[in-house]
Design a protein around this ligand. Structure first.
Ligand SMILES: [Zn+2]
Length: 231
């Protein structure tokens, strides 16, 4: 059920960078202070993430188009693995909301119904950043410092609570508060899923989370294939 990984646009390079660290405030301004993979809001230790890692591809170390934002857990799972971009589905070039699914307990899987090639790429992406790490998953047990699975579960419960609030008292103030709650914790995609039948909340979420790719949504906030992407 449901989709994950907010599709983002970082926009044009604001300048030429001689140190990738200088790109951090621009990335946060454009896309919010959220991990581009697990989507958590991160106060500190959110880092400029190199899609293609620095050590295997030093030429892209200071290249704006190679930057996303990554938390410590996603970053360390991904490590310095040399990668071919085409083998994965990236939130800055695909409509990643269509590629992955959450289950209620916070487990992440390729979206059901993808063709085998896209499904394999979705799975490769999940494994690359370690979104399949949760207690009881053989060989993919999270470290004690990796609580992404737990945060997903909590966010889902919180979003469900928000949905009940809207059902009980559907007014501007409650709708605005739901979006503020979502912004405060990140996890755009979980809120998007829990409110999947509520285009107004989905629109508010899209507008509140800066950098969410508008090209990935139709006028009713349904999902569209990303222009130039595979999905
Ligand atoms: Zn992360």
């Amino acid at each position: 059920m449901g989709a994950i990984m907010r599709p983002v646009e970082r926009g044009d390079a604001p300048q030429v960078f001689t140190s990738y660290r200088d790109a951090y405030p621009y990335l946060v301004e454009r896309m919010g202070d959220y991990c581009s993979y697990c989507e958590r809001q991160i106060e500190t230790h959110l880092a400029v993430e190199h899609v293609q890692a620095k050590s295997p591809v030093p030429a892209l170390e200071n290249e704006w188009s190679n930057f996303l934002l990554g938390c410590v857990n996603c970053n360390s799972s991904k490590g310095d693995t040399p990668i071919a971009l085409v083998d994965y589905l990236w939130p800055d070039s695909e409509n990643t909301l269509s590629a992955f699914s959450y289950s209620m307990g916070g487990l992440v899987d390729p979206q059901i119904g993808l063709n085998p090639l896209l499904s394999a790429k979705a799975l490769a992406t999940i494994k690359l950043v370690g979104l399949d790490k949760y207690p009881g998953n053989p060989g993919r047990e999270p470290t004690a410092a990796d609580l992404r699975w737990q945060r997903r579960r909590e966010a889902w419960q919180q979003a469900e609570y928000c949905r009940r609030l809207v059902e009980e008292n559907d007014c501007e103030q409650v709708r605005s508060l739901v979006v503020q709650v979502a912004k405060g914790r990140g996890m755009y995609s979980i809120f998007w899923n829990v409110f999947k039948d509520d285009p107004d909340i989905k629109k508010r979420l899209r507008e509140a989370f800066s950098g969410t790719s508008p090209a990935c949504f139709d006028a009713d906030e349904g999902l569209l294939p990303r222009p130039g992407g595979q999905i």
